[in-house]
Design a protein. Structure first.
Length: 43
């Protein structure tokens, strides 16, 4: 019973890490594009 619970927790944290891993590059890319847009006035 305890083993199953541990496995589920690992699965949830893996999903969480994956979500963060895919979100950060998107945010960084958007941030760079936004700064570039402000600096140059064009995309």
């Amino acid at each position: 019973m305890e083993y199953q619970d541990k496995k589920r927790k690992i699965k949830i944290s893996a999903k969480f890490i994956l979500a963060i891993g895919t979100t950060i590059p998107t945010v960084v890319t958007a941030g760079i594009a936004f700064i570039h847009f402000i600096m140059t006035g064009s995309i």
